[in-house]
Write a protein that binds this ligand. Structure first.
Ligand SMILES: Cc1ncc(COP(=O)(O)OP(=O)(O)O)c(N)n1
Ligand code: TZP
Ligand code: MG
Length: 218
């Protein structure tokens, strides 16, 4: 498999464009605001959007991301990722297994996989993943996660032992971003802290500077 064919996952804040948080705002408007704030990675997470509408949204959001030079990943849906020419997917325990996602997407797209620890990260690498999503780092109301909160110490342990870049997720926001970045994570995924902000673009800018402030060696 030729990994040099696929895009790199940019480090720093990893923004989710999600239909469960602030459902009154259209997903395309959310994506525009995230990108206006300089988001370099956008994961489109559609849990409530009917599939035909989801495909249309995915096509529009991927195009916006590509124009802005950002990486766009589809949550859960390998089919929508291919049809919208997204940069890749993020899959978890209830989705298509990572090996199958890799085989459908080929070597040119990114595959991110949710894991709970170092063993999972090792297995994800063997399955062809490019990075792992690890959490919940802190308590969150955005998703009911069947796993204990890791805290920054737990996250740091996974970062240390993981053979793949780690993206921390769950309760990450402006207040704790420097501490999350200081664990050495590659990325810090944010849903509600950005989408519930009055000025989403400005919040994304602040999240990026908070990540830089805490970054190992930064
Ligand atoms: C970066 C990142 N990490 C973890 C997740 C969670 O994925 P999953 O476990 O499949 O849960 P859903 O997001 O599908 O509810 C993620 N989306 N992104
Ligand atoms: C999708 C997901 N997976 C683990 S926690 C989470 C939600 C994180 O949302 P928030 O950033 O609002 O806590
Ligand atoms: Mg999923």
């Amino acid at each position: 498999m030729n990994a040099s064919l696929r895009p790199l996952l940019p480090p720093g804040p990893y923004l989710l464009c999600d239909d469960t948080v602030r459902p009154d705002m259209p997903l395309v408007a959310k994506a525009e605001r995230l990108l206006a704030g300089g988001a370099r990675v956008v994961q489109l997470r559609m849990k409530r959007t009917p599939v035909r509408e989801a495909l249309e949204v995915a096509r529009q959001v991927v195009q916006l991301c590509r124009r802005a030079g950002a990486v766009c990943l589809l949550n859960d849906r390998v089919d929508l990722a291919l049809l919208s020419d997204a940069h890749g997917v993020h899959v978890g325990d209830e989705d298509v297994p990572p090996e199958a996602a890799r085989s459908l997407l080929g070597p040119g797209r990114l595959v991110g996989v949710t894991v709970r620890g170092v063993e999972g990260a090792i297995a994800a690498r063997e399955a062809g993943a490019d990075y792992v999503g690890v959490g919940p780092v802190f308590g969150t109301t955005t998703k009911q996660v069947p796993a204990p909160v890791l805290g920054v110490e737990g996250l740091a342990r996974v970062v240390k032992g993981s053979p793949l870049p780690v993206v921390g997720i769950g309760g990450v926001g402006l207040d704790n971003m420097p501490w999350v970045a200081a664990t050495g994570v590659h990325g810090a995924a944010v849903v509600s802290d950005a989408l519930l902000a009055q000025d989403i673009a400005e919040r994304v800018r602040l999240l990026a500077s908070a990540f830089e402030q805490g970054r190992v060696g930064g």
